[in-house]
Design a protein around this ligand. Structure first.
Ligand code: SF4
Length: 335
């Protein structure tokens, strides 16, 4: 059986049906976030996962959260979960949210006070070394001032501060046209046409506030043209002026009505321009990821010996990637 969605939506009824030997469908797609039904966890979550919000609602058609309106877990439940994790020996937390900075907000709007209050109360529980932010949105970062972001950064300094507290944010593409057709709500409440400048501004603002931006782009979005790839490459080179990491990922369509003609991106559809974009992002990452990992692992309590081993393994991986880029370049020929 395949179950798509949040467990509290249809899971309890499904389990009842299975236990009572009633027939159940092969594929369940449960709607809604069922946030009201979330209760505090009993045993600690691994690896310190702390669910803050569910859904997203930004409309990206390659993401299961695109059509799921964002709703937030009650602060009391989050704090109870954190206390359980800490009591169970979890000294670091990972924020479970598609958009950390939108905690407590409505629709695309942020709610600075709700977020500030939550993080402050988390700090009062004690025993937490640091929290890794999972995802955030460029449009949410831009709704907060540098001072507000700095305040959140200050409150996130729990018992062991990290130098580079990274935040994952999806750029997807530099092309507003492509974004309009695949991620129509991405820039809201701002205008999609300003997307490239929004990305640059968010990189600057989050960096000034003391976070480290980790971006992602998607290669092979439906309707992508060579101009879109070139435009995205130019934006990545602009971003490289700041401390950033950029992960290119291959487009994978969701099995949804209307996506029948969408094709996954693969090495077979890779063009020389895609390869240049991909390799450019990786060269940026080869310079920036090792110190980022070193710092985060140190804050997470990983020993010096283990960190050194992982860095050496990382260097071997870099050599392997560069060889692979050369091999692919030869196979594809000049663009
Ligand atoms: S902004 Fe991110 S989480 Fe939200 S729908 Fe788009 S890809 Fe999914």
């Amino acid at each position: 059986m395949i179950y798509e969605g949040y467990f509290e939506s249809a899971g309890p009824q499904l389990v009842d049906d299975i236990l009572a030997s009633r027939p159940v469908p092969d594929h369940v797609r449960a709607d809604g976030t069922a946030t009201d039904a979330v209760v505090p966890i009993a045993p600690p979550a691994v690896p310190g996962m702390l669910e803050l919000s569910r859904g997203c609602g930004k409309g990206c058609d390659f993401c299961p959260m695109g059509a799921q309106r964002m709703e937030h877990v009650a602060p009391e439940t989050i704090l109870a979960d954190l206390a359980t994790n800490v009591a169970g020996g979890q000294t670091s937390a990972v924020s479970g949210s598609e958009d950390f900075f939108r905690y407590g907000g409505t629709g695309s709007k942020v709610n600075f006070e709700a977020l500030r209050s939550l993080v402050e109360r988390m700090g009062r529980i004690g025993g937490l070394r640091f929290m890794q932010i999972d995802h955030a949105n460029i449009s949410s970062v831009l709704q907060m001032s540098v001072e507000e972001l700095r305040e959140i950064r200050r409150l996130l300094r729990f018992e062991r501060d990290v130098k580079h507290l990274w935040v994952n944010m999806g750029i997807e593409t530099a092309s507003p046209r492509l974004l309009r057709s695949t991620s129509p709500g991405k820039a809201a409440p701002f205008a999609l046409d300003d997307w490239e400048q929004m990305v640059r501004d968010a990189a600057g603002r989050i960096d000034e506030a003391g976070f480290f931006p980790v971006f992602s782009i998607v290669l092979g979005l439906p309707g992508e043209t060579p101009d879109d790839v070139t435009r995205t490459l130019k934006l990545m080179r602009d971003l490289d002026r700041r401390p950033v990491v950029i992960f290119p990922i291959f487009y994978e369509p969701l099995p949804r009505p209307g996506h029948e003609t969408h094709r996954p991106f693969s090495l077979e559809t890779l063009t020389p321009a895609h390869l240049e974009l991909y390799a450019t992002c990786y060269e940026i990452n080869f310079r920036r990821v090792p110190p980022l990992f070193w710092d985060n692992q140190r804050a997470g309590g990983v020993s010096w010996v283990r960190r050194t081993m992982l860095q050496l393994l990382g260097r071997a991986e870099m050599r392997m990637w560069r060889k692979e880029f050369k091999r692919l370049g030869k196979r594809l020929g000049p663009g």
